[in-house]
Design a protein around this ligand. Structure first.
Ligand code: SF4
Ligand code: SF4
Length: 224
């Protein structure tokens, strides 16, 4: 009932796309009371991605951080709106890190889950969200909430086809090149440990927190 107002607010604050989803079986096990998600998405600059050539750059790292900070700021406005309407709203930061070693390389809720369930895009072979409008050059934040939201149509089918560009671009061998099948474990397409270990080799760029080669290589970004 508040979707239009919320989307207008978040867009005015700087979101490029906004999605609403009912989480069903994908609800966070830590927060089962929050059955709905608002996904807030911002595109990354093509000019910045063009600086990535065989290795990440400071321009990319700084833009990545600035985009995350902007997403977290937009999220705050969304939380205030939802709370003013009498509901609870839990922010999931754009960049999640968890000290829980049982679930290494995972946050409290995957932004991609809400994004796919709300039809903003599908999971590409690079393990990233792929959107029609911006390709995989996007970052996201999420608000988990008990505010009932009219869900949008999920986009479950991966449209990567025979493309293997991101697999071939990955120096860590972290991308299998398989098409993602909804419900399958993440490691059928992507090895998060290999990816993370490889990022650490770029110690001169944000102390090894980014890579981005597979994202920058995706030809679907060129539609921007
Ligand atoms: S971010 Fe880098 S290491 Fe990780 S999957 Fe993409 S190309 Fe490979
Ligand atoms: S580079 Fe090709 S296979 Fe990889 S995500 Fe983009 S379209 Fe899909």
């Amino acid at each position: 009932m508040y979707e239009k107002e919320l989307e207008k607010l978040l867009t005015e604050k700087g979101a490029d796309m906004v999605g609403f989803s009912y989480l069903g079986d994908s609800v966070s096990p830590d927060y089962p009371q929050y059955k709905y998600a608002v996904t807030i998405l911002r595109r990354l600059s093509k000019a910045v991605l063009d600086t990535i050539d065989g290795a990440p750059t400071m321009a990319y790292f700084q833009h990545y951080r600035a985009t995350n900070a902007r997403l977290d700021s937009i999220t705050l406005d969304g939380i205030s709106f939802i709370e003013d309407m009498g509901y609870l709203a839990l922010p999931v930061a754009a960049s999640q890190s968890t000290p829980d070693k049982k679930e290494e390389y995972r946050g409290i809720f995957p932004h991609k889950t809400g994004a796919v369930l709300s039809g903003l895009g599908y999971i590409g072979k690079n393990g990233l969200l792929l959107t029609e409008k911006f390709g995989s050059a996007v970052r996201m934040a999420t608000i988990l909430t008990d505010m009932p939201l009219e869900p949008q149509r999920p986009m479950l089918e991966c449209l990567c086809g025979d493309c293997m560009i991101c697999k071939n671009a990955c120096p860590a061998g972290a991308i299998t090149g398989e098409i993602y099948v909804p419900g399958a474990p993440r490691n059928t397409i992507f090895d998060a440990k290999k990816c993370s270990e490889h990022m650490k080799t770029y110690k001169n760029i944000g102390r090894g927190a980014v890579c981005g080669l597979c994202m920058a290589a995706c030809p679907k970004n060129k539609r921007m």
